[in-house]
Write a protein that binds this ligand. Structure first.
Ligand code: IPD
Ligand code: CA
Ligand code: CA
Length: 257
């Protein structure tokens, strides 16, 4: 097994164990915004991931949700981590939660792991090797028209303050497709496109740690990811469309209509 993958897997599984152990227990909850929650478990999971990665790769950069780390622009490797994606779900014991860990080399994801320890789904991909769920190779769906598409999206926490809050997009697309889910973990949404459950996903205002692992998992499963104007997506962009490729243009057209 590749060393990067081995270390990332150990980190994801250990963080996942913490998340699972606390799932039914009381948590310490703080507010980062009106509805933007963080728990003591987000922080515990992050600490263990960083500890494991730093032990093997002390000089690599780290970009993570709950803590700041010094950034060396000359370092080609950066670990991009969401220790708990789906914190609102977690607080309410809705089992769509994940650990998302990506390794980027020169700003491109070369490894991605998204692990849901509650449903025991371990998604991963290494560049050039395809994408997998619990050891089985996965690929995107074949749905070719939006009227048959099962889609997923999300809404920003600052939904009342932001003009681009996705409500009008949702209203347009729900009239055209088979159904839309708001499952509450962008990292899992992306993996569910990769595995053909969702035919497509779009969202605004995500952060790099929400998408860095999932985008590689989709790409290596045959999917397409762009910004809303069809240009190449970067994890620092604020809009993402990720689909099976076949419905991409139609979804872009509706979003831009
Ligand atoms: C959130 C989830 C959610 C998305 C939010 C994210 P968090 O991440 O991915 O699905 O709609 O925009 O911030 O806060 O649970 O790590
Ligand atoms: Ca997140
Ligand atoms: Ca998070």
């Amino acid at each position: 097994m590749d060393k990067f993958f081995e270390i990332a897997s150990i980190a994801a599984r250990q963080a996942g164990k913490i998340i699972k152990d606390y799932f039914h227990k009381p948590k310490v909850i703080s507010y980062k915004g009106r509805i933007d929650l963080v728990t003591n478990v987000d922080k515990k999971a992050e600490d263990i991931i960083i500890k494991i990665i730093k032990k093997s790769y002390p000089n690599h950069n780290i970009l993570t949700e709950e803590s700041e780390h010094s950034y060396n622009p000359n370092q080609e490797f950066c670990w991009v981590i969401d220790p708990l994606d789906g914190t609102t779900n977690y607080v309410h014991k809705f089992p769509f939660v994940s650990v998302s860990i990506a390794l980027q080399k020169n700003q491109e994801s070369i490894l991605g792991i998204v692990y849901n320890p509650i449903l025991e789904e371990f998604f991963y991909s290494e560049i050039g090797k395809g994408s997998f769920r619990n050891g089985n190779q996965i690929s995107v769906s074949k749905t070719s028209i939006i009227s048959n598409a099962f889609l997923s999206t999300g809404f920003p926490y600052r939904i009342n303050d932001q003009k681009r809050n996705n409500i009008s997009n949702f209203a347009k697309i729900i009239r055209r497709c088979r159904g839309i889910r708001r499952a509450g973990s962008a990292a899992i949404d992306l993996c569910y496109v990769a595995t053909g459950i969702f035919d497509g996903f779009w969202e605004l205002e995500l952060s790099p740690w929400d998408t860095a692992a999932g985008i590689l998992i989709i790409k290596q499963a045959g999917g397409t990811i762009t910004n809303f104007d069809g240009s190449k997506f970067s994890i620092f962009n604020k809009e993402i469309i990720a689909t099976n490729g076949h419905i991409h243009k139609e979804l872009l057209n509706i979003l831009n209509s």
